[in-house]
Write a protein that binds this ligand. Structure first.
Ligand code: IMP
Ligand code: MG
Length: 192
């Protein structure tokens, strides 16, 4: 089924546990923000979760079901890895950002933070719309690869600089449906 998978880096049990923990961190922070604004967190409709497509879809599907509050989803697509490439070629928006983010509490979520280009690009564009708050979260952080300084509020796991697939992450469009986070066999990926 998945002949090119070499080894598993993060198991589905580890992922599930961490997603639950991240959800509580997010709920805690959003509740604090909304209470500061004098609003009841359970019925105020000022929370917008922005998954960066396509990689964040599985992570966000799991996470939002653990956020017991009124919220909406606003998708954005960012492209940084054309075709079979495994290094970022600089991020650009491949879809429009949701409009009307002014005064809203925004959480941007992505599968992985690598060079930082993707989140830095999205962050700058969202800030132009004057949200009430803007936080960012990622399932994985490849800390050693940063080319641009970007702070994230929620991190699932820090991982070494290896190209990973599964749980939403792809190589050339495939393996997003692999349920664990895994490393491909070296001969399956072009050398960087
Ligand atoms: P950045 O813009 O370099 O931070 O890269 C972030 C984007 O690159 C993520 O949204 C992923 O789509 C992709 N990416 C980075 N590292 C990996 C990886 O190891 N496997 C699959 N996709 C990756
Ligand atoms: Mg991506």
């Amino acid at each position: 089924m998945f002949p090119e998978i070499d080894r598993i880096l993060v198991t589905r049990e580890q992922i599930a546990q961490r997603v639950t923990a991240m959800a509580s961190e997010i709920v805690r922070d959003l509740k604090a923000d909304l209470e500061k604004d004098g609003e009841s967190p359970l019925d105020e409709d000022r929370v917008i979760i922005i998954p960066i497509m396509t990689g964040a879809m599985i992570f966000v599907a799991d996470l939002v079901r653990e956020l017991p509050m009124k919220l909406s989803l606003g998708l954005v697509a960012v492209s940084s890895y054309p075709g079979e490439s495994v290094t970022s070629k600089g991020a650009h928006l491949a879809s429009e950002l949701p409009a009307d983010l002014e005064g809203k509490h925004i959480i941007v979520l992505d599968d992985i933070l690598d060079s930082g280009q993707t989140l830095a690009t999205v962050k700058a564009l969202i800030q132009e719309q004057n949200p009430a708050s803007l936080r960012m979260g990622v399932m994985l952080d490849k800390k050693t690869n940063r080319t641009i300084d970007v702070k994230v509020d929620y991190v699932g796991f820090e991982i070494p600089d290896e190209f990973v697939v599964g749980y939403g992450l792809d190589f050339n469009g495939y393996y997003r449906n692999y349920p664990e986070i895994a490393v491909l066999k070296p001969d399956a990926i072009p050398s960087r």
